[in-house]
Design a binder for this molecule. Sequence first.
Ligand code: ZN
Length: 156
Amino acid sequence: MQITKHKVAAIHYTLTDNEGKVLDSSSGREPLYYIHGIGNLIPGMEDGLEGKTKGDKFQIKVAPEKGYGVKEDTLIQQVPRTAFGTQEIKVGMQFQTNRGQVVTVTKVGLENITVDANHPLAGVELNFAVEVMEIREATADELSHGHVHGPGGHHH
Ligand code: ZN
């Protein structure tokens, strides 16, 4: 069986940046279960997994455009320090805006705080080392819900 649209696949993966730093890994956890072809994963991952079979081990290189997007300058903003009240602000802190957007503090100035609403992996080239553990048909329920049920998925 190959990974094609509406198959459920279980994969182990390790994600590194171009300097070899590990950003995320399923190592030591359950494999990642997903439904192929419906946008559960970033487009570059789905492209790389298409047609693979159980036991395949390979690398997928994903450009930002097919990953978490390119960095957009318009999503970087300066906010008056007073907007944060009296709490101490440090680089790397994350806040949720009124509109539900997550922003990361990238610079702390005397008057202004710079916050970035880009995804932390925006603009980053992603290198995935992948192993396909399992492939099966998705059930009708899974397709209507848009996610995997049972092991590695939702229990409801
Ligand atoms: Zn469900």
